[in-house]
Design a protein around this ligand. Sequence first.
Ligand SMILES: [Zn+2]
Length: 338
Amino acid sequence: MSYLPDSPISATVDYHRDGVQHGFLKLPHSHDDSAWGSLMIPIAVVRNGAGPTVLLTGGNHGDEYEGITSLLKLANRLRAEDITGRVIIVPMMNHPAALNGTRTSPIDKGNLNRAFPGDPCGTLTERIADYFTRYLVPLSDVVLDIHSGGRTLDLLPFAATHRLPDQDLARRCLEGALAFGAPNTLLMSELEGGALFDTVVENQGKVFISTELRGGGTSTPESVALAERGVENVLRYAGVLAGEPHPPVPASRMLEIPDNDHYLQSEHAGLLEFGVGLGDEIRAGDLIARIYGMERTGAAPVEYRAPVSGILIGRRHPARVAMGDTFAVLAVVLKNFD
Ligand SMILES: [Zn+2]
């Protein structure tokens, strides 16, 4: 194994101290307005003796608000006497992106969830990724990373996991995703799995649960409530909070994105008109959307039809679409997860 230097990040919290601590991950950032300055990434640690550790993360992408909001709220209310073990809360992993209201960092254009496992000598975003990979994930038994669609996607609410070669880990990750209690639980084939936080956590043999809880660059009372209930359910699943997870009513529907054919990318630029809505059941050949060119009148729109049958679980949120944009995501309904 090659040698990696220590992370440039220092924590103002002590991960091994009992009680509630609110502090920062300090990452040196030398720039024109602050020669010896630092990024100050908020972190809260709540610990009550020996027990499991759950790492709760939001703001991996800066424009996904259910995780940020629910974790800021949790950090305000969770008391040490409520728990057994430890909860580490980072509501805004890519803090510069969250402050800027964008998916990626305005400082280095870094997309944190495409920067894993990270690099202690790399860009600021790569340095953040490296700290999670080598310092926070090893402390953790269960990691919940709360995503939403951000400004450009709207996604049916789901908790997600992956098919993994380690069957025991796959089973535990699925239990965790089901415990979250979203209306849908999804087995997901990822477009860029190798650079995700997910892969780093799974490769360390830890339970990883991610979510998508709507999007569009905003949140709703329902989507935040879903995140808050899911966070508490995961804490119960891990044994940090007492009691069993509260299952959703009706029971979570099981879905799968089996391959990349279920992500539809536009080969045209223009204006999207959807023929179907989020959550609709679609058969192969059904019209999903028309794309209108915006250069002239009198030109027929391009029709996009479903290449496979499934449920529309994701759609592009803005009506303007460019070549290469994913504008629709389909998933199939599973009877069970065999
Ligand atoms: Zn995200």
